[in-house]
Design a protein around this ligand. Sequence first.
Ligand SMILES: Cc1cc2nc3c(=O)[nH]c(=O)nc-3n(C[C@H](O)[C@H](O)[C@H](O)COP(=O)(O)OP(=O)(O)OC[C@H]3O[C@@H](n4cnc5c(N)ncnc54)[C@H](O)[C@@H]3O)c2cc1C
Ligand code: FES
Length: 281
Amino acid sequence: MKNPYRPILTTIQKITIENEAKDLKTFQLTFCNDEEANDFHFQCGQFAELTVFGVGECPIGIASSPMDEKFLEFTVKRYPDGLVTNALHNCSVGGRIGVRGPLGNSFPMKRMESRNVVVIGGGFAFTTLRSTILYVLHKANRGKFDNLTLIYGARSPSELLYKDELKEWEMREDIQTHITVDEGDENWKGKVGFVPVVLEQVAPSSKDAVALVCGPPIMLKYTLPVLTKLGFEPSEIITSLEMRMKCGIGLCGRCNIGSKYVCRDGPVFTYEQIQALPSEF
Ligand SMILES: Cc1cc2nc3c(=O)[nH]c(=O)nc-3n(C[C@H](O)[C@H](O)[C@H](O)COP(=O)(O)OP(=O)(O)OC[C@H]3O[C@@H](n4cnc5c(N)ncnc54)[C@H](O)[C@@H]3O)c2cc1C
Ligand code: FES
């Protein structure tokens, strides 16, 4: 039986600095062992514990698509006082990182088939949503889903993740892309406004639709009422929770909300499930 605490050894192949502040980096990793690479299968919305050896580990959402079998990608925000995120940001190409996972549940991709998909993201919580968009847009999958609408916002143009991909998506006809920033700059020609306001303007239909929403708590707070106004049922609004975690496999009790362990029963929950959680959350 596999030891769930043992990290799988990977090599950093590429590091992309995502923003001017250089505190958001995307790490592309490949497995050091072919057998372990072949055994690692994940779904959109899952996460892994990333280990910096000698320092520690932390949970990070998988940002690459399950269709890309050759590598994994993780986008990591460095906290000024964060032990592991700082250590990760100090790593270089060729360095070794441990990956423990995949962990947690996933977005219900099967249930979303033949339906309209509305993806709403804010800030750097966009990572697993990016995985989902890449998955849906893959030529082997695009025909399985109906309309794909993306509303994604960041504080400023520099803070937008995956800038090249956003440009590509804006050119495509099989995804309706609405990118917005809280505050533009002299070069920004796109939308300016908070995600919930843009959502209300775009007003995607709730008919046969599922909404995936990930972002900071303040964005979620103002986005959920707009989705409700547009007619989305709580069971069709899906989000991902970020709690402090330790084991990531439902054993240490660090991440529970009532009887639910966010690491094992989540991190993906419908709004209907969240409404049923104890009010302390
Ligand atoms: C399922 C899941 C997916 C995640 N995906 C991503 C991702 O894709 N990219 C990403 O950059 N981050 C993600 N996170 C958050 C990430 O795990 C934390 O930023 C990380 O654990 C911080 O580790 P650290 O050792 O650097 O910080 P620590 O040294 O542990 O703490 C540094 C500071 O950050 C605060 N802090 C740390 N973690 C949290 C938290 N979860 N909630 C509130 N405050 C916190 C601490 O209170 C402290 O002030 C995810 C978390 C979860 C649970
Ligand atoms: S992190 Fe240990 S139970 Fe969830």
